[in-house]
Design a protein around this ligand. Structure first.
Ligand code: COA
Length: 361
């Protein structure tokens, strides 16, 4: 038996491929470095959903529909209540659960728009501020930041969030995507798939890691303290957040895409360069100590390390990082759910019983 289903093939997909040996991610035939160079969130969304919904569309149409969907889902915030004071990802899940379930394109559009509208609103409500309505003239990334702060973001901020959303749009059969496919295989609706996926995402071994990455940076404090602090954390049996991956045996290509997106923010003084220097020192020290302590297991930086720095630089509080991940990953969950539903077969693996047998009569 493969513990954790490691290396087990559980689906065929045309959506994305993660090559863990080469450190390469392909989304619908395009490599990640190409995608982040010239692709918007709306374009990667159109690419991922292409041929999987009952309607055809291109990037421009999708951009308009998505903007309209943001305006529509904003109405759901009228029913905001005490549940929204929970951890942002739990509040997001509570609000998403109120959307109608279905397998049509309108449901998919609502699900793409809803996390983008709900998360900034949740964060504002938690700070005692009024939610800001969407602006249908803006692309999704710019509108998210405007709904968060009330101000039009800078070009560098919009580009950084857009790159983040493109970078994390899909990533093979990770735990949350698998959850989405399992639900879709039962012919439950897309909202059910997204709720299951979000629940899987929030765990610290999956999408819950970037907040703890910042906790680690804060605890390290200064670059010269990195080696000592990391060694002590490993001595306590802790894992270093932002390092290691089930598939990648080399550097996660998404880490560099996000590191690249941070650079213009640092160069234009929109991020404290000391934070960047601390992160570099922790990365270097962590790679060295992991190599020394786990010589048989190649452990490198993963997507969450630079996600943490990027989302912090864009003004998201660390408890909200998993929710921002969900904004970007929803399209992957939806595309996989549709692909699975079109395949039509129920996912139903077996287990090996290792408990006691009934006593003989
Ligand atoms: N820090 C320290 N040691 C780590 C580690 C990390 N971040 N990630 C893996 N290891 C070690 C394990 O302790 C284990 O060592 P052992 O064989 O001596 O017991 C070995 O590497 C294999 O770990 P395993 O749990 O089998 O790997 P996995 O494929 O199940 O785990 C992750 C993948 C992502 C869950 C794991 O690397 C991790 O916990 N990383 C930190 C959390 C994180 O960044 N998550 C975001 C992922 S994108």
């Amino acid at each position: 038996m493969r513990n954790g289903l490691e290396d087990v093939i559980a689906a065929e997909t045309q959506l994305s491929d993660v090559d863990g040996e080469a450190g390469r991610l392909i989304i619908r035939g395009v490599s990640l470095d190409r995608l982040v160079a010239d692709c918007s969130y709306e374009r990667v969304t159109a690419l991922l959903l292409d041929g999987l919904m009952e309607r055809n569309f291109d990037e421009a149409l999708l951009r308009d529909w998505l903007a309209q969907a943001r305006t529509k889902v904003f109405d759901h915030l009228k029913a905001a209540d005490a549940a929204l004071l929970a951890l942002p990802v739990d509040a997001l899940r509570a609000l998403l659960a109120r959307l109608p379930d279905g397998d049509d394109f309108d449901t998919a559009l609502s699900l793409l728009a809803a996390p983008a509208v709900f998360l900034p609103a949740i964060l504002r409500l938690q700070r005692g501020q009024t939610p800001i309505a969407p602006d249908a003239s803006l692309p999704q990334a710019a509108d998210i930041l405007r709904m968060l702060t009330g101000q039009l973001p800078t070009q560098e901020q919009t580009a950084a969030l857009d790159t983040y959303l493109v970078t994390i749009s899909d990533h093979g059969l990770n735990a949350s995507t698998f959850a989405s496919r399992v639900i879709a295989s039962t012919q439950a609706g897309l909202t059910s798939s997204v709720l299951a996926a979000l629940s899987a995402l929030k765990g610290p071994l999956h999408g819950g890691a970037p907040g703890p990455v910042l906790d680690m940076l804060d605890a390290v404090g200064t670059p010269d303290n990195a080696g000592r602090w990391l060694a002590e954390a490993l001595d306590r049996g802790e894992r270093l957040m932002g390092f290691g991956h089930r598939i990648y045996r080399v550097r996660d290509p998404r880490a560099d895409a996000l590191k690249g997106a941070l650079k213009p923010l640092i160069a234009s003084g929109q991020v404290d360069s000391a934070r960047g220097a601390l992160a570099e020192a922790v990365e270097t020290a962590a790679l060295a100590i992991l190599r020394a302590r786990k010589p048989n297991r190649p452990l490198d930086v993963n997507v969450e390390f630079y996600t943490a720095l990027l989302l912090e630089a864009l003004g998201f509080p660390r408890q909200a990082f998993t929710g921002v991940f969900a904004i970007g990953r929803t399209v992957g969950w939806l595309a996989h759910a549709r692909e699975q539903a079109l395949d039509g077969r129920l996912i139903r693996p077996r287990s090996v019983y290792i408990g006691p047998l009934p006593a003989a009569a």
